[in-house]
Design a protein around this ligand. Sequence first.
Ligand SMILES: C[S@@+](CC[C@H](N)C(=O)[O-])C[C@H]1O[C@@H](n2cnc3c(N)ncnc32)[C@H](O)[C@@H]1O
Length: 172
Amino acid sequence: MLDRLRRIFRREPKAFPELPDVRLTPIGYVRNRVKEPMADGWANVESRVIIRPELADMLLNLGDYSHVIIVFWPHKVPDDVRGSKPQLHPRDDEELPLMGVLATRSQIRPNPLLVTPVPLLAVKGNVLKVRGLDAIDGSPVLDVKPYLPHHDSITDARLPKWVEDAQAWRNR
Ligand SMILES: C[S@@+](CC[C@H](N)C(=O)[O-])C[C@H]1O[C@@H](n2cnc3c(N)ncnc32)[C@H](O)[C@@H]1O
């Protein structure tokens, strides 16, 4: 009897739907002095984000904002590395907990859309000047958005302890 009921109510796993491939065309690229990936040391790096000249109209009044979010692509991550590690120790540090790659900000995620909020120092024509963008020279830029504190910042967000410790270490 119990078995019969279990069979009746057993849920079949739903097939995952077919999803379309997504193709993105960079709207610009990064110029700065950093030629190879590096883990730290970005805070004072000044970059120019050069937008395709034909898209310059899309920057109208962006300079009214103090900060922008830059979405970029880490083009120097080899194709066979991208998405190759479902779980990893952040910063390759085995003392940090093993995390699902989607529970980290690693650039070797399957679709590495990297997202960094930065101060916007200037906008001139099709060029944005920013500081602290953790993208190496030549990185393709996929999007630029204004940073909206009431929208993009959650002050009471819960974090794993290792992230809080790393933050405290940085702020020391
Ligand atoms: C860990 S990711 C985080 C990016 C972004 N702040 C985020 O949270 O999405 C940043 C690292 O990606 C690496 N990186 C930056 N530009 C890259 C590129 N074009 N190709 C490969 N790696 C890159 C650098 O080592 C940099 O420290």
